[in-house]
Design a protein around this ligand. Structure first.
Ligand SMILES: [Zn+2]
Length: 235
């Protein structure tokens, strides 16, 4: 695939011998691709990513894969905190929830599939380590959001999408089990036994990824059922 280069200064060295085993997907959340590129290359902004994919499928490389790009910020997955240190970050051009959130066009998704397949060929990234920014930072982030087509990506062999038609129609989990299951999947969700802010945020992030038809942070039967099936799927 054709990749244009526009070097960003917003990276540093990966710590120690850290190897890449996560892929984090974002949307740019800005009005235009040009605006997003300028920001991702602005030393004052201190935010970067390895790649940016425009809506027409144009791919731009900003940071070399062996470097740590500054895309995830304060984040956590499966108890890990330095997500940038072990991940590759891809920004998808989309105005986002602030400026007119819209679907990700076919050419953009096709380019993402091709780029991600190449990345998975270069780095040992397990399916459950291909996640969105909102998955690793549920209290702060919404991207890439509920319009992002995770099932399509999974059909292409990228990421984790269990068979949700399996199992019973009931939600088998109580609140504590819901929390421990969300944590087992990877979400930051302490087992408090209370429906606290962290739990509501984790439920909402789970919905954006695995139950996009309902993004309200409410633990209804289908959301609980899907949390259980995801936790079983990674066990
Ligand atoms: Zn992001």
């Amino acid at each position: 695939m054709q990749i244009a280069d526009r070097p960003s200064p917003n990276f540093d060295a990966r710590p120690g011998n850290a190897h890449v085993d996560m892929l984090i997907l974002h949307y740019t959340g800005m009005r235009t691709a040009r605006e997003a590129l300028d920001r991702l290359c602005d030393p004052a902004a201190k935010v970067g990513a390895h790649y940016l994919i425009d809506e027409d499928g144009t791919v731009t490389r900003l940071v070399a894969e062996e470097k740590r790009a500054w895309h995830a910020g304060i984040s956590s997955w499966r108890g890990r905190r330095d997500i940038n240190g072990a991940s590759i970050g891809i920004e998808l051009v989309n105005p986002g929830h602030e400026f007119g959130y819209r679907h990700f066009p076919g050419p953009q998704m096709a380019a993402l599939e091709a780029l991600a397949k190449g990345i998975l060929g270069r780095h040992p990234i397990p399916p459950r380590h291909v996640v969105g920014h909102s998955d690793v930072a549920p209290l702060r982030k919404q991207d890439p959001g509920e319009f992002f087509d995770w099932p399509r990506l999974a059909r292409a062999g990228i990421g984790f999408w269990p068979n949700f038609t399996r199992g019973t129609a009931a939600n088998p989990l109580g609140l504590r089990e819901t929390q421990s299951s969300l944590a087992a999947i990877g979400y930051f969700c302490p087992e408090s036994g209370a429906l606290d802010a962290a739990t509501t945020a984790a439920i909402l992030a789970f919905q954006r990824h695995f139950r996009p038809e309902r993004c309200d942070g409410v633990l209804d039967t289908e959301t609980g059922r899907r949390i259980a099936l995801c936790a079983q799927g990674i066990a």
